[in-house]
Write a protein that binds this ligand. Structure first.
Ligand code: TRP
Length: 330
């Protein structure tokens, strides 16, 4: 049987070029060799997203983004997490086997407590139980389907380790019920700078969204920070924020030509910014048409995600039923 690659995509923020290179492209690459199970983690987003409009819009944007960029919903089991109740039942079961101390040590939760401590607030302020339990729900996502590999960013590594710990402790308590998954950490991935030169991240408000209008994308590109060299001066392409993005989205030959011109001098940053904006427009044009079409027909997308959820349920149910029997509720 094909090995399983599983990942959840939290619908928060607008997908940007860093997401494309760092997670979307590698996950779509993996989908060629694995049975891929990729889902919109809306109930994870609920820990922070509390208004209906944002939840709907961001879920649709993320789903449309992945579909437009090449996710094949016939091959990949692509669904909306909240449509698979088995995940939440498994989450509860895992909760009852999970030491509270393990969750106290989870980085994301601990960081919030530490922030509160630092400014002298009540330690629990702003922290809901969903945030505390987040790693257990993520473990349920991973373990229900018997995942072999879990492609995630370095920030999610501890969560996959928690899933492994829980798999091992339930395996010894109940007899082998879970596969123990491997994290596939993307740390030497292509990280690209945002428009301010720091790593592109929604936390820094420095992103270039993939599917904003071409005019809006161009405007962001024009704001990329550079040094103050004149067009005539030779420049180092390796330290230039424009070039660091350009190299991923322009044809290889063009990248080499521009690299040479940087070193020779005579090429200005303004001109390079225009070319980067042109390259992005060309690179994403076919995907943009698909993205726009999906966003025009969110009902079709909802139907597709619901169909994926049925597949996910039939993949996950047998394992859950086995566990129900092991714990004595059936
Ligand atoms: N927590 C992940 C993130 O913020 C999203 C996620 C939810 C996930 N469930 C998952 C990732 C299961 C991998 C496996 O990016």
């Amino acid at each position: 049987m094909a090995k399983i690659s599983l990942t959840g995509i939290k619908p928060t923020g607008t997908p940007h070029l860093g997401n494309y290179l760092g997670s979307i492209q590698p996950a779509l690459e993996l989908a060629k060799d694995y049975l891929s199970i990729y889902f919109i983690a809306d109930y994870h987003a609920l820990t922070t997203v509390k208004d209906r409009e944002s939840m709907r819009k961001q879920s649709h944007q993320i789903a449309a983004t992945w579909l437009a960029l090449g996710l094949d919903p016939e091959k990949t089991v692509f669904f909306q997490q909240s449509l698979v109740p088995e995940l939440f039942e498994l989450c509860w079961i895992l909760n009852c086997f999970c030491a509270k101390g393990l969750m106290n040590r989870a980085h994301a939760y601990k960081a919030m407590v530490d922030d509160n401590r630092e400014v002298g607030r009540d330690l629990d302020e702003g922290i809901n139980v969903g945030i505390f339990d987040y790693p257990v729900l993520m473990s349920a996502d991973i373990l229900l389907f018997g995942s072999d590999v879990v492609p995630v960013g370095a920030d999610q590594k501890q969560h996959v380790e928690i899933a492994r710990d829980l798999a091992e402790s339930l395996n010894s308590a109940l007899g082998n019920v879970f596969n123990v998954p491997q994290p596939l950490i993307r740390d030497n991935v292509k990280t690209i700078p945002g428009i301010d030169g720091r790593k592109m991240s929604k936390n820094y408000d420095n992103v270039i969204p993939i599917f904003d209008s071409p005019a809006a994308v161009r405007k962001r590109v024009m704001r990329i920070v550079t040094d103050s060299k004149t067009p005539e001066e030779p420049k180092d392409p390796e330290t230039c924020n424009i070039f660091a993005i350009f190299r991923h989205f322009a044809p290889a030959e063009r990248v080499e030509t521009r690299r040479r011109q940087y070193q020779e001098g005579g090429l200005g940053y303004g001109e390079m910014k225009q070319e980067l904006a042109d390259s992005l427009e060309a690179f994403f044009a076919p995907a943009r048409a698909k993205y726009d079409a999906w966003m025009q027909d969110t009902a079709a997308m909802d139907a597709l995600l619901a169909k994926g959820a049925e597949r996910a349920r039939s993949l996950g149910s047998p394992r859950l039923e086995k566990i129900r029997k092991k714990i004595g509720v059936r």
